[in-house]
Every structure is written in structure tokens, then in C-alpha cells.
Design a protein around this ligand. Structure first.
Ligand SMILES: CC(C)(COP(=O)(O)OP(=O)(O)OC[C@H]1O[C@@H](n2cnc3c(N)ncnc32)[C@H](O)[C@@H]1OP(=O)(O)O)[C@@H](O)C(=O)NCCC(=O)NCCS
Length: 209
């Protein structure tokens, strides 16, 4: 963070509420042999789950589950002093956001994990892919339902997305992602699949009286 950012924000009434690490993965430099190993280890813990990937519009039957996962994110991400309100996210909001994204020319690559027994979505991860650039794709949220953590589902959904992106857009150079610096669990997964620190970003918030 530049030395001037915090005093500049403070002079306008903004506090520095969250520090984000920005990481990027250089897709062609990923050690796919290492990823195969990680995937095999993770799959030994996930017999109860099915990994499902897709590009573009989300099938209707998964919309409600994905909306629930997006709500989870607001309560479960480490936000430090960032004050966010609970969101009320439903299927129609997920569909609307996706339609807007498609109109902008971006496609979403998405992988979810389904719990076989209950047929519910318990993990969700997405990458937003621009139509007209092979330079950067942007990682979206990744979240695992807290009742299903510890099965390496976060790793598996991210590996599936990364590999789908590489086969769908073989010339894409990088994916960029941001995580709270304190988010050790997500950062460990990102480092394992090839993301490396690229920069820092501050989140500033001004509260109305
Ligand atoms: C990051 C995240 C997806 C990882 O979940 P996961 O894939 O189930 O994690 P792993 O299977 O790799 O877990 C490894 C270990 O860390 C533990 N762990 C994972 N996430 C944890 C968390 N948020 N808090 C405490 N422990 C956690 C697991 O229980 C497991 O413990 P074990 O080895 O003793 O069994 C999950 O923590 C999460 O959904 N966090 C909230 C959302 C978020 O911050 N997303 C990133 C921003 S987009």
C-alpha cells in the first residue's frame, strides 16, 4: 500500500478496513503433474461428492444452491474491520447477475460440488473470462459450506475450473485473484495450484453517521 493512501483516505473520512493480497497464476507455467497429485489426494476424501463444471448459463436446478453459497460467503469470509450487511440472494438475483455479465461479453466458468446424499450444492467457485482478451481472466468467489469443509472441496473445484479454462481458452495468460491477507485457508489452496503474490490492495470504508 503506498504511504499516501491511508492518510489520503482518512482525510476524506475513510478507514483502512481490510488488506487484500492480489495473486496471479501464470497458466502455462503451472506444474500439471503436481496438480494431478493434489487432485488424486483430494479425491480420496470426496467419495460423497460430485464435482460438476460448466461454462455460461447456470442450469436452473443449481441456481438456488448457488444463491445459498453466495450468501454463505458474506458471513464466512474474513473481513477484518470491513462492515458488510447480510445479503439476501436468491435464484433470480443469481440469474440476473449472470445475464448482465453475458451482456458485457464475459463468460463464467463455474464448478460446484454436490453432496450426493442430499443432492445439495455445498461448494461453488467461478472464473470470469473476458470475450476479447487473452491476457487476464478474473477469479470470482470460492466457498465451501462450513458443514462440508475439510474434504479438499475448495481445492477440487478450483483445479476443475483452472483446467477447464486452460482447455477452453488455451492462449489465456493469467488468472488474477484477491483474498484478505488473513485468509490462510484460501491462500494455501491458491498457492498449491500455482498462484503467486503479485500485489496488495487496501479496502477503505466510510460509515455514515
Ligand atoms: C477457503 C475454503 C473454501 C476452504 O474450504 P475447504 O476446501 O473445505 O478446506 P480444506 O479441505 O482445504 O481444509 C483444510 C483444513 O482446514 C480446515 N478449514 C478449512 N476452512 C476453514 C475455515 N474457514 N476455518 C477453519 N478451518 C478451516 C479444514 O477443516 C481442514 O482441517 P483438517 O485438515 O484438520 O481436516 C473455506 O474455508 C471457505 O469457504 N471459506 C469462506 C469463504 C472464503 O473465504 N472464500 C475465499 C474468498 S473468495
Amino acid at each position: 500500500m503506498p504511504d499516501t493512501a491511508v492518510p489520503f483516505g482518512a482525510s476524506l473520512g475513510y478507514s483502512d478496513v481490510n488488506t487484500q493480497d492480489i495473486r496471479r497464476v501464470e497458466l502455462q507455467a503451472v506444474d500439471e503433474g503436481r496438480i494431478d497429485q493434489l487432485k488424486a489426494e483430494a479425491e480420496s476424501k470426496t467419495y460423497d461428492y460430485e464435482i460438476v463444471s460448466g461454462i455460461g448459463m447456470i442450469p436452473k436446478r443449481y441456481l438456488a444452491g448457488i444463491a445459498r453459497m453466495e450468501e454463505f460467503l458474506i458471513t464466512d469470509m474474513p473481513f477484518e474491520d470491513w462492515d458488510l450487511q447480510l445479503a439476501n440472494i436468491d435464484s433470480s438475483r443469481v440469474r440476473r447477475e449472470q445475464t448482465e455479465q453475458l451482456r458485457r461479453g464475459d463468460l463464467t466458468i463455474r464448478t460446484i460440488a454436490l453432496h450426493r446424499q442430499s443432492d445439495t450444492v455445498v461448494a461453488d467457485s467461478s472464473i470470469s473470462v473476458p470475450a476479447a482478451s487473452e491476457a487476464w481472466a478474473r477469479h470470482g468467489n470460492t466457498v465451501v459450506d462450513s458443514r462440508h469443509r475439510g474434504h479438499r472441496l475448495g481445492l477440487l473445484v478450483k483445479i476443475a475450473n483452472q483446467r477447464l479454462l486452460k482447455s477452453y481458452r488455451p492462449h489465456m495468460k493469467y488468472v488474477i485473484t484477491g483474498n484478505a491477507t488473513v485468509n490462510d485457508h484460501m491462500i494455501a489452496i491458491n498457492e498449491a495450484i500455482g498462484y503467486r503474490l503479485y500485489g496488495k490492495m487496501g479496502v477503505f470504508q466510510k460509515k455514515h453517521e
